[in-house]
Design a protein around this ligand. Structure first.
Ligand code: C2E
Ligand code: CA
Ligand code: CA
Length: 711
């Protein structure tokens, strides 16, 4: 495909030589800058991503080498009409690409040892001078070039030296392993540019152009066309490459930020910055180990504020938050280096007293703490005073590590029931709260057989269109004497005492049955169910779901299984296996409460879920916390990058709704749209259009009730 194009003119010679040389310098400097920018994205050369980045970098540099030749020849054109052989010119570009691959490949994604830098500079130098010389071939000069050796050697030495300096500057900015700063990168690119243009001029000198009398390709690809391509075309390609590289770097940075923030959040409480329960557990385990070794004791203080709720309600949540922060600061001030403080959430704190405290020490410590907490908090011209109740458990007297915090809590409750503003040591009789749990357990056993459990459904909204596309099933227990008991109360008991298996089976069956009822009414709802850790460990799970789907003739694609992130993380290999089996069935997998567990992004990739559900605690903070916005934005970007759908739960305000939409969340769920409702209420909404809000059900949810379609 030789482009039989326009006739050559000497038009480009109108432009003064110096200007043309400067143009060549600009293009080759830009090319080198882009090449370095792409090359620094190579992390590991022997991966596909690494190879692609290197290829991009080498292509950019090859564009630079080639452009500097075309523009350089046009800067001082021979005194006769000349043109290029198109294919030959492409061949020169390919040769430049090979040299660039070798040169950049030597130093990309590795530690830049002097040996590698020298090899790289050598390859680039030979490549540059070689292709500068080759570049004369597509001109088809007559009678033909006779090379003068000395200028050629000088060109080669200059090119290698220049490339060596350029690579040196690039790695000087970093420390051989880290990428250079942008200033050093620009310096390095300029040195590359200068050495490309200079060596090209030396090569032209060595070729003795003055002795030539004509070009056999005078009527082929015009020099002016190529110069245009080499300047405007090259710059356009290079700028696109640079933009791409910069965008990729930004995305990577925001992902990294999100990951660190997620990690920080999984160990710290967002409000006070104190360690959370998870981190406290770790610190306690360590302290117990040390105490065992030294035959020492420890004290755990469970601190709960008295009368915090009225403060929160009368002065507002923002002031309530300030009080919680102030208390955290006072506890921190009180803690000695061997003590630890944590915030459990709400108005509950934990403190670990080290250094072998006696019961009396712990008591005195608690009294002092209470005095400090009891001093008025002044904020924004207002004043709030709270007292506190403290429960104390001493290790090892008051139980093994697994029971310490619960026992300290039981002691706190006892202090509170004594009127508050006091402290109490743990005593065995205080675990009567456990008796209450045993009562619940006894009732729960009956609940299943007596039909006291039922499911309510909370709609999921497609964010861009605002249409209802499905619903999440949530369990409710209508207790004969206590009234409605929430899942947060009874699911943990069911899990602890082995009832969750039977309840989970009932849930699967019931959700599929309901989906069948809706289908018969002409409504093809997508239904999501929550799976507990216990269910996930059960090898029967996938078969059970399969059977329920078949029994009620529900398409697997209509069912989503939500698995809490921490559960998926705790038992990783098992979770991966189970998710694999569920995927084979064709049901969807969603990672629930995302952001609350130990998030490992690489593990997420392995777990082949289709959806992430951002925990409502992040959504709650969206309006007030830039951190929360950064995390959610990062999570959404991450999810898009690895091809996951993102759902946000707990959307309560219009402002949260708008922020989440602008981030590109796929689906939303929350009280703003609809609270969990009975299946009948949901049908009424879909069929008769009587719902809490003016939302439409997606058209495709309505089944065409064609003859024979009814089951
Ligand atoms: P989850 O899976 O994270 O469910 C979302 C919870 O957030 C539900 O509480 C829902 O009513 C509530 N919610 C929804 N929108 C909003 C909102 O805008 N603001 C606020 N503040 N809350 C909102 P619910 O029904 O009390 O469920 C609590 C948890 O109990 C669920 O959390 C889930 O982990 C568990 N659970 C519920 N049903 C089942 C079940 O059938 N099986 C299992 N294994 N767990 C269940
Ligand atoms: Ca859920
Ligand atoms: Ca959740």
């Amino acid at each position: 495909m030789t482009a039989e194009l326009a006739i050559n003119t000497g038009a480009e010679s109108v432009m003064p030589t110096v200007l043309m040389l400067l143009l060549g310098l600009a293009v080759s400097t830009l090319a080198a800058y882009v090449a370095l920018d792409l090359a620094r994205r190579v992390r590991v050369l022997r991966t596909r991503a690494g190879a692609l980045w290197l290829f991009g970098a080498a292509s950019a540099l090859a564009i630079g080498i080639w452009s500097s030749q075309v523009i350089g020849i046009a800067a001082e054109p021979p005194p006769f009409a000349f043109g290029y052989h198109g294919l030959g010119s492409l061949g020169v570009w390919a040769a430049a690409l090979v040299a660039s691959l070798a040169g950049l490949g030597a130093v990309s994604g590795r530690v830049a040892t002097p040996g590698r830098v020298s090899f790289g500079a050598f390859a680039l130098g030979i490549g540059a001078v070689g292709t500068h010389a080759l570049a004369l071939a597509p001109l088809g000069l007559v009678p033909g070039v006779e090379w003068q050796i000395l200028p050629l050697v000088a060109a080669f030495a200059g090119a290698v030296g220049g490339c060596m300096m350029a690579l040196g500057a690039f790695f000087r900015g970093g420390d051989r392993t880290k990428p250079a700063t942008l200033g050093w990168q620009a310096t390095s690119a300029l040195v590359f540019g200068v050495s490309l243009v200079a060596s090209q001029q030396l090569v032209l000198g060595a070729a003795g152009l003055a002795d030539q009398t004509g070009s056999v390709h005078a009527d082929r690809l015009a020099s002016a066309t190529l110069v245009l391509l080499a300047s405007v075309g090259s710059c356009a390609i290079l700028i696109v490459g640079l933009l791409f590289s910069v965008l990729e770097a930004r995305l990577r940075l925001s992902l990294r930020r999100a990951e660190t923030e997620l990690q920080r959040r999984s160990f710290r409480d967002g409000l006070t910055g104190l360690p959370n329960r998870l981190m406290f557990d770790g610190m306690l385990a360590q302290a117990v180990q040390q105490a065992d070794g030294a035959h020492q004791r420890l004290a755990i203080l469970f601190i709960d504020l008295d009368g915090f709720k009225p403060v929160n309600e009368s002065l507002g949540h923002a002031t309530g938050d300030l009080v919680l922060r102030e208390v955290a600061a006072r506890l921190k001030r009180f803690a000695r280096p061997e003590d630890r403080v944590a915030h459990l959430g709400g108005d509950e704190y934990l403190m670990l007293i080290g250094a072998d405290p006696s019961a009396e020490d712990a008591a005195i410590f608690s009294e002092r703490l209470q005095t400090s907490i009891g001093e008025p908090c002044r904020m924004n011209g207002r004043e709030a005073t709270v007292s506190s109740s403290i429960g104390i458990a001493i290790y090892p007297e008051h139980g093994p590590i697994s029971a310490l915090i619960a026992n300290a809590e039981a002691a706190m409750r006892s202090a509170k029931s004594g009127g508050g503003a006091g402290y109490a040591f743990f005593e065995q009789r205080m675990t009567n709260g456990a008796r209450d749990q045993l009562d619940l357990l006894r009732d729960l056993r009956r609940a299943l057989s007596d039909g006291q459990l039922h499911l309510v459904y909370q709609p999921k909204i497609h964010a861009p269109s605002g249409e209802i596309t499905g619903a999440e099933a949530l369990m409710r227990w209508e207790h004969p004497t206590r009234g409605m008991v929430g899942p947060d109360q009874f699911i943990p008991i069911a899990e602890r005492f082995g009832l969750i298996g039977a309840m989970g089976n009932w849930l699967i069956e019931e959700a599929c049955r309901q989906a069948g009822v809706w289908r018969d009414q002409g409504l093809q709802m997508r239904v999501a169910i929550n799976l507990s850790a216990h269910q996930l460990r059960h090898p029967d799970l996938a078969d059970r779901i399969d059977m329920a789907l078949r029994r009620h003739d529900i398409k697997p694609q209509l069912l989503t299984c939500e698995i809490t992130e921490s559960v998926a993380m705790d038992d990783a290999s098992n979770a991966i296996r189970m998710v694999e089996r569920l995927n084979q069935l064709g049901v969807n997998i969603s990672i629930d409460d995302f952001g609350t567990g130990y998030s490992s992004l690489s593990y997420l990739r392995k777990l082949r879920a289709g959806e992430l559900k951002i925990d409502k605690s992040f959504v709650l903070d969206l309006e007030t916390s830039a951190d929360a916005r950064a995390v959610v934005d990062g999570i959404v970007k991450l999810a898009h990058a690895i091809g996951l759908k993102v759902v946000a739960e707990g959307v309560e305000t219009e402002a949260q709704h708008q922020i989440l939409r602008s981030f590109g969340c796929h689906e939303l769920q929350g009280f703003l749209f609809a609270r969990p409702m009975s299946p009948r209420a949901l049908s009424a909404w879909a069929m008769e259009d009587v719902g809490p809000r003016a939302l439409e059900f997606r058209d495709s949810l309505y089944r065409a009730t064609a003859a024979g379609a009814l089951h």
